[in-house]
Ligand binder design. Sequence first.
Ligand SMILES: NC(=O)c1ccc[n+]([C@@H]2O[C@H](COP(=O)([O-])OP(=O)(O)OC[C@H]3O[C@@H](n4cnc5c(N)ncnc54)[C@H](O)[C@@H]3O)[C@@H](O)[C@H]2O)c1
Length: 378
Amino acid sequence: MSSKIRLGILGGGGDSLIGVLHRVASSMFDSFELVGGVFNPNIEENIGFAERIGIPTHRVYKDFDTLIEKETALPENQRMQVISILTPNFLHFPMAKKLLENGFNVICEKPMTTTYEEAKILKETLAKTKAVFAVTYTYTGYPMVRQMREMILGGELGEIQKVDAQYYQGWINPIIHDKEKRANTWRLNPEKSGISCCVGDIGTHAFDMIEFVTGQHVNSILADLNYLYEDNRMDIDGTILIRFSKNVKGVIRASQIATGEENNFTVQVYGKKAGLKWEQENPNYLYLLEDGQPLRVLKPGHAYNSKLSLDGTKLPPGHPEGIFDSMGNIYKGIAKAIRGEAYNSGEFPTIIDGARGMDFIEKAVESHRKGNVWVTLD
Ligand SMILES: NC(=O)c1ccc[n+]([C@@H]2O[C@H](COP(=O)([O-])OP(=O)(O)OC[C@H]3O[C@@H](n4cnc5c(N)ncnc54)[C@H](O)[C@@H]3O)[C@@H](O)[C@H]2O)c1
């Protein structure tokens, strides 16, 4: 029998954006075997997709409740061990909760839930189990993001004094100006997406990233969001001032109407001694800035990188690492946790990060609705 971890997937069908990333990432280190799931709510498409990707169809279920019923009836050494939730946001909470209650490990896409209250309930549910719970803030798996974290935690920048994260996309621009299109996009529908579109979808990546690389918690925020049209109930752009403490401050700039932008996610952290800059569209370069010194560029796979960074590099220097590798590294960490092996806390984001993300989203919307006021995070 295979020693691979038996993986199920919810959502992520042939019609999805993120499914292929999880399938490739999970297969990257030969640790997981995709054994079934519910890829699509339409049974024909669900089965057809499973056939196309070569998954035996007897474990491809018509819906989530059937998956729980049939999988829990299987002997433990056959049952799915971990299930990835890749559906639209509103399904994350009910699915994750039921999975935990039935003894499964969970990998959940961000945003983890649609409300902070749900996130807190999930934390309580997890506390009653021994399950592993990961939230796929994909970008934290990049070798040079891990390197950035290790350098900052190791004090190489000195005391942090400025943090800036920008996440600019333009994909909503061709949708938002057309009334019918904006009414038919699930990310702009609060019933499916939660209370926020831009902050919930990409602002949350930026928030997680700055807490990940600095190792510090944001204390309070002030948000100015943009909705553009009266009938649009979801933010599609936002500028959020952040404070870690009295003298450590910064900004998160997120937009889905930054016309023509693709996935322009950058993070910059400046300390008393030096600064570090990283860009998602050019992820193999980490820029080190120092007073009076030439700019230095750090790259993956070199011995000068930290153990955590090198653990996420598969080939010698000069072989670019991309988004699939980044998610692959997260799955690699999750596999270690499921197998009970030692791992570094930076190897994958957990329910704590997922819940902080939900607190951030809700407080950003609250700050904006109250007239752009400072709001404290838990
Ligand atoms: N980590 C990242 O960087 C990242 C990037 C993109 C999306 N996401 C997240 O991934 C999730 C999915 O996003 P997407 O862009 O792939 O969405 P999508 O709309 O492209 O795909 C959603 C998939 O879920 C399936 N689905 C819908 N209802 C279902 C049900 N009841 N049971 C089973 N499957 C069902 C759909 O058929 C489809 O295959 C979202 O929560 C999103 O925020 C994360």
